[in-house]
Each structure stands twice: as structure tokens, then as C-alpha cells.
Design a protein around this ligand. Structure first.
Ligand code: PEP
Ligand code: MG
Length: 747
């Protein structure tokens, strides 16, 4: 970069800052910026296009094009060269615009006389805000320095837009972070909540993108990087003998903090007139833009590391962005790009809801949100850059929608929904101590699923009969190291204390597939759901399972104990697992520990193979529990984690119901106690159909017990069995329409 250009670009930024400092109204500011940029760059035209909505750009200010076209000329994303800059998020630099692919002639602007075109995206943290363009009559390609200068102006524009510097008339100029925004994500946990946004990682706002004194800015940057390095080194030291994965990530961080090219790029930005924080944010913005484009998962991870590192650096430089000392707002709704299960658990039941930009339905955070029974929406793209701490927000966990800064209409409709839910809750509470007996006199036992201590109070609140599934892996997932036997024994013992004699079915560790322990090296497997998971890991590496079984026996300390093994696919696997249990039993006996008064050992039926296991299997297990989530995914060959297919098949399809009915009949013949503990057990219509095909025990989230019980008590499942039989005879694919019609007729 030549001294000449360097000082030119600094001059341009200096003038820009003066313009921005003037107390003028938004439109006048934009006009001045276009004049200034055109003059400084020696071009006839400079124009600013901003997004009106996600799809449409509007010419908001121009120097050189027909002024009458301002706020008139619009284009869609991808349309014309400007639309292409916006859709690709990349620079277009051409000496001969009219012959460029995609050029669109806009008569009203009078632009046909301009030959060369340089357009750069106006982006902030990966979000496209608009396009900045310069054009000239002469056919020339703009130099790298000129491109750079325009990018810097675009960046300053983006920062100033964020700060609301262009407020004024015209929708495109209206304030950021003030309009209502609807985010359509996916449901991670049902329920509705209203509250105020709380950003897990608060945003940092750069208020001084332009600086006078590059030397000082460079010193600030270097001091901040040094501070960052010290911080990373300390973390590295602290994790040296612990969490290997975290150690690896920190090593990558350290590598970045030493990266010469990263520093050089920021140095260049500073020498051209940006402040230290603006230079960091420019790098971060570019990393975010690239993140959305690269396919390679490893590269994306590294870009996300760089993003995280930039955040840390910005916090050091601006002294902003720590939530320390700040109080959670009333009815906090947590917003995060992603969050680990332990961090989420720390917030605990204080939260009214959780919204994540990433995450997945089966992620650990989702498991915890479910355990805490708070509505969760995942895949709410960009919410963490759009929301501000304290914003009014409504989370619709049923549909996966989030209303940020909702307008009055949405607020009143949403409040109606919450009120209706609350009314229903009162009704359910009145049923708490009543049995779930159908109109035809069949009692259905309703258990709850659990996995954390935090779940146990629900046992009383929901009126559940017992815990039909205790997912022990959650205790492993929320830690950053393997728990010790005594720790586990203590937790299990507290669970049994809290259950006050009600039966708790502890499922041994179900890891692998979507549940990866943070402190175990993940195995790259082509199909993790069909891979080395659950009992397969337990039998191949029995150390952890043995420790767990011993902990369970000790926790029972003379009380009855119920254990089930996950993901059993054959009689042989069950026998091996049971033999481990017996070995643990004998060991504990030898060591003189008090043994459980009674022991029940069962299996989860989650693979179709087990439905056809020999009769001996059904005779040997003390009970069976259908893990409907996994069983359904294998039955239909549809990944439960894959948004594209996970709702494609219905549990109420005749094929699946017939398959389940066969399991019920086999258990009936051998008098094997049977329950169903997948998510479908907690959906009233599905639960009713399961009862109609013969299930007498269901296990579900505590919040589902009320609605399921209410429906069961109102229906005659003998009649429903008949409907299901008729639909099957008719050759229908699903019984759902007939069941809904039957329910409708009964009001
Ligand atoms: C299931 O598969 O239905 C089940 C209950 O287990 P998880 O959801 O923990 O895999
Ligand atoms: Mg399962």
C-alpha cells in the first residue's frame, strides 16, 4: 500500500467522521457521505442502497445518478449488479458494467452512461445491510487500494447504521433494533413464554470506528492482543490435564492470537484510519460472512473460533460486553448463538425461555431445556445480532417462532394463548391426584421421564406415578470430566430420596450418536445413530458401566432398585449386560455394602430386531420399555435429528401401530411388564392410541401428564381400538384423520 493512498484513505475517513459528527438528519448524512466518497475517490457516481426488507434493496442516496430516483429505484436480491453484490456478499469490480452478466438497465437513474462499476457489500457481523457503489464514465478497473477504501467506508456505514446514525424518514433508514422481527426456527421444547431478552454473550457496539492516531490505535490493539494471549495461556494451563477437546480448541486460539497475517490485516486497517476495535470487527465480519459460505465443517469450526476470539478481543478493547454486575431482567429469555448444557443448567429455572441461533433438537442444551421444562426454539438465525438486552420477546416453542419486539396485535394474540395454557394448567392440576382411568375402565399408569435433580420436584407437582425413564447420561453431559463413582452414588441416592419410595427406572449410560461426552474423544462414524453407542459402548468398554452399576447399588442402600439397559438389539446383549449387573451385585456383596431389597432389570426396546427376539428374551427381562424415539427412526429409516425427514412419518401410521401391537401381544403372552417412554407418549392423541392398542404404562415429560390424563379420562379406548381396526381393514395409511374425527364427534 503506498503512503499516498494510505493518507488518502485516512483523509477520506477523517472527513467521513466530521460528516457523521455533524448534527444533521439521517438523509442529509447519507447524501453527504455519497458526495464525499465520490469526490475523494474521483468518481462521478457514488450511491448507497439499503435493504427495505430481507429481499428488496432501495436506492437511498446518490451523488451522480438522477436524484429523482432516490427512494424510487428498487431491486430484488440477486437482481442487477447491485443485487448480485448483496446476494453474494462479495465485491463486483468491472470496467464495463453494461456487458457484465446480470447487468440491469434502470432508465430512471440515467446510469447507462457510466461504464465502470465497483460495488461492495455493507455488512455488519455477517448481516447484509446494503450495497455501496461507485461508478465512472471511463472504462477502468478500480485498484485494490480503491476497493479497500470503499470497503472501509461501507464498514463505517454499517457501524453507523447500527448506532442509528441514519434515523429519519424512509423505512430503510429507520432504527436498527427497534422494529418487530419474527424469527422462524424449530421447536426444541414446547410451551409459550413472554419475557425480556438476556443475551448470553452481550453484543459489543463499536462507537468509534474512525480514529486519528494510527500509532495509538496500533498500541491499543497490540496491548489487547497481549492481554488476550495471557488469558488464553492461563486457560490452557488450567485445562492441561483435563478436558482434551477444550485444550485443543484453546491451542487453536493461541495459534490465532499469534497469527501474523491476522495482525497484519488489522494493522493495515488501522493505518488506513480505522480504530482498533473497528479493525477487529472488520475481520470478524469477514469471518462470519465466510462461515455462511464454506461447506467444509473443519474450516467452519475454525472460522467460528476466530469469531469467538474476535469477541473476546472486542470486549477487552471496549470494556463492554461482560454481564458481570448486571441483573437478569424480569422474566428473562436467554438468547445465545449456542450454549453448553452446564451453562444452561447454571441459569436453571430462572429462565422463562431459551432461543438459540444454532443448536439442534437433540442437542445437550435442548435436553436440559426439556428437563427444566422451558420453551426452547433453535435455529433462530441472527437473533443474537438483532436482539438487545431487555427487548420484549415472545417465544412460541410449539411452532418454533420467536416474536422480538412484537407489535400490539401479536402481543394480544400471544397473551391469549398463554392464558389458555394457564387455564388448562389449572384444570390439569385439579386432576393431579386422580387416576388416569378411561371411560371403559382401563387404568393407564402415567410415569414421568427425568434426568436431572431439577426434574424431581415435578414428580409431586405432576402427580406422576413414578419415573419411567431416568436418563443417567445427563449427569455425564453437564460436566467437563467423568464423574466419580461416589459422586454418582450420591446423586442417585438423592434421586431415590426425592422419589420418596416411588419407582425410578434408571437407564444406564446412553452415549454415542447425538450424545457425545465433552471429555471423550468423539468417534468419527458415518452413521452415528447406527453406530457405537449406548449398550454397545457399555459392553465393549465396561469400565464406566460397571462403575455406574456399583454406584446404583450403593445409592439404593437397601431400597428397591430398577435398572434398564438402552439400545439392546438381541437377547445375547441383554444377557451380557445382565451378567455385568450380577457381577457388580456380587462385588458389592463381597465389599459388605447393603444390597437392594429388590432388583428389577429391564431393557429398552429401541431396535425393530428386538420385537422379533426369541420368547426367552421376553421371559428373562423383568420389564420392557419401548424407546419410541429411536424405534420410530429405525422403523421408518428416518433420522430423528434431521429436520427434513424427522416429521415425515407419523407414529399413528397403521404400519407402526401394527408393529407396536405385535410387541404388546408378545409381552402379554409372557406377562412381561411393558411401557412406552418416547416423546409420543406425551402427546395426548398418540398416548390415547397407544392405550387403545394395549399399552398400560406410559412415561413422558412431566408437563405432558396433565393433558394426557385429561384426554384419557374422557375417552373409551375400546371404541378407539375398533376405529383403529377398521382403518387398518380399509387400507388407510394413518389412523390420525379417523381418530381426530372420532374425538371431534365427542366434542
Ligand atoms: C427413545 O429413544 O425413545 C428414548 C426414550 O431414548 P432417548 O430419547 O434418550 O434416545
Ligand atoms: Mg433412545
Amino acid at each position: 500500500m503506498s503512503e499516498q493512498t494510505e493518507s488518502e484513505s485516512r483523509k477520506l475517513l477523517g472527513r467521513l467522521r466530521d460528516t457523521l459528527a455533524r448534527n444533521v438528519e439521517g438523509q442529509a448524512r447519507l447524501d453527504q457521505i455519497t458526495q464525499l466518497t465520490a469526490r475523494s475517490m474521483g468518481t462521478e457516481v457514488c450511491s448507497i442502497y439499503l435493504f427495505m426488507d430481507d429481499d428488496v434493496l432501495e436506492l437511498c442516496a446518490t451523488q451522480g445518478l438522477n436524484p429523482a430516483a432516490v427512494h424510487q429505484t428498487r431491486m430484488r436480491l440477486g437482481e442487477g449488479l447491485v443485487g448480485r453484490v448483496a446476494s453474494r456478499g462479495r465485491v463486483i469490480n468491472t470496467p464495463d458494467a453494461p456487458s457484465e452478466d446480470g447487468f440491469r438497465y434502470m432508465r430512471e437513474t440515467g446510469e447507462e452512461i457510466y461504464s465502470s462499476f465497483l460495488g461492495v457489500p455493507i455488512q455488519r457481523l455477517g448481516k447484509n445491510l446494503g450495497v455501496l457503489v461507485v461508478q465512472s464514465k471511463t472504462q477502468r478497473e478500480y485498484s485494490a487500494d480503491e476497493v479497500y477504501a470503499l470497503e472501509v467506508v461501507a464498514m463505517v456505514l454499517a457501524e453507523m447504521t447500527e448506532l442509528g446514525a441514519f434515523l429519519g424518514e424512509g423505512a430503510a433508514l429507520s432504527a436498527q433494533h427497534q422494529k418487530p422481527v419474527l424469527f422462524r426456527g424449530s421447536s426444541g421444547q414446547e410451551g409459550a413464554a413472554e419475557g425480556h431478552a438476556w443475551l448470553h454473550e452481550p453484543r459489543v457496539v463499536v462507537t468509534n470506528p474512525i480514529a486519528d492516531d494510527p500509532h495509538r490505535e496500533l498500541e491499543r490493539l497490540i496491548a489487547a492482543i497481549e492481554q488476550l494471549q495471557v488469558g488464553v495461556d492461563k486457560l490452557l494451563e488450567a485445562t492441561a490435564d483435563g478436558d482434551k477437546e477444550q485444550f485443543k480448541i484453546l491451542e487453536v486460539y493461541r495459534m490465532f492470537t499469534n497469527s501474523k497475517s491476522w495482525l497484519r490485516r488489522m494493522q493495515e486497517d488501522i493505518s488506513r484510519g480505522l480504530s482498533a476495535e473497528a479493525a477487529v470487527e472488520k475481520e470478524q465480519s469477514q469471518a462470519r460472512a465466510r462461515m455462511g459460505q464454506v461447506q467444509d465443517a473443519y474450516l467452519r469450526e475454525r472460522l467460528s473460533d476466530l469469531d469467538d476470539l474476535s469477541n473476546r478481543l472486542l470486549r477487552i478493547l471496549t470494556n463492554q460486553g461482560t454481564q458481570q454486575g448486571l441483573e437478569l431482567p424480569k422474566d428473562p429469555i436467554l438468547i445465545a448463538r449456542n450454549i453448553g448444557p452446564a451453562e444452561l443448567l447454571e441459569y436453571g429455572r430462572k429462565l422463562k425461555g431459551v432461543v438459540l441461533e444454532h443448536g439442534s433438537v437433540g442437542s445437550h442444551a435442548a435436553i436440559v431445556a426439556r428437563a427444566l421444562a422451558i420453551p426452547l426454539v433453535v435455529h433462530a438465525r441472527r437473533i443474537s445480532t438483532e436482539a438487545l438486552n431487555g427487548d420484549h420477546i415472545m417465544v412460541d416453542g410449539d411452532q418454533g417462532f420467536v416474536h422480538l419486539r412484537p407489535d400490539d396485535q401479536v402481543v394480544s394474540a400471544f397473551r391469549d394463548k398463554i392464558a389458555m395454557n394457564a387455564k388448562a394448567q389449572v384444570r390439569y392440576a385439579s386432576l393431579k391426584d386422580k387416576p388416569a382411568i378411561t371411560r371403559c375402565g382401563k387404568e393407564i399408569i402415567l410415569n414421568m421421564n427425568a434426568g436431572l435433580m431439577a426434574d424431581l420436584p415435578s414428580l409431586k407437582e405432576s402427580g406422576a406415578y413414578g419415573v419411567g425413564l431416568f436418563r443417567t447420561e445427563l449427569q455425564f453431559l453437564v460436566r467437563n470430566r467423568m464423574p466419580k463413582r461416589m459422586e454418582l452414588a450420591e446423586i442417585y441416592s438423592r434421586v431415590l430420596d426425592a422419589a420418596k419410595g416411588k419407582r425410578v427406572a434408571f437407564r444406564t449410560l446412553d452415549i454415542g450418536s447425538d450424545k457425545v461426552l465433552p471429555y471423550m474423544t468423539p468417534n468419527e462414524e458415518p452413521n452415528p445413530a447406527l453406530g457405537w453407542r449406548a449398550i454397545r459402548v457399555g459392553l465393549d468398554r465396561p469400565g464406566v458401566m460397571r462403575m455406574q452399576l456399583q454406584a446404583l447399588i450403593r445409592a439404593a442402600n437397601g431400597r428397591p432398585l430398577t435398572i434398564m439397559f438402552p439400545f439392546i438389539a438381541q437377547l445375547g446383549e441383554y444377557r451380557l449386560a445382565r451378567a455385568e449387573m450380577e457381577k457388580a451385585w456380587r462385588r458389592e456383596e463381597r465389599l459388605g455394602h447393603q444390597l437392594p431389597e429388590k432388583l428389577e432389570v429391564g431393557a429398552m426396546l429401541e431396535t425393530p430386531s428386538l420385537a422379533y427376539a426369541p420368547k426367552q428374551f421376553f421371559e428373562e427381562v423383568n420389564f420392557l420399555s419401548v424407546g419410541g424415539n429411536d424405534l420410530k427412526q429405525f422403523f421408518f429409516a428416518a433420522d430423528r435429528e434431521n429436520e427434513r425427514v424427522r416429521r415425515r412419518y407419523d407414529v399413528l401410521e397403521v404400519s407402526f401401530l401394527s408393529f407396536l401391537e405385535n410387541i404388546v401381544q408378545r409381552c402379554f403372552k409372557t406377562s412381561t411388564p411393558l411401557s412406552f417412554c418416547g416423546e409420543d407418549a406425551g402427546r395426548p392423541i398418540e398416548a390415547l392410541c397407544l392405550a387403545a392398542i394395549g399399552f398400560r404404562t406410559l412415561s413422558m415429560r412431566p408437563a405432558s401428564i396433565g393433558p394426557v390424563k385429561a384426554l384419557i379420562r374422557r375417552c373409551n379406548v375400546d371404541e378407539l381400538s375398533e376405529i383403529i381396526r377398521q382403518e387398518r381393514d380399509k387400507g388407510e395409511q394413518s389412523v390420525r384423520p379417523a381418530v381426530i374425527e372420532w374425538l371431534r364427534k365427542q366434542n
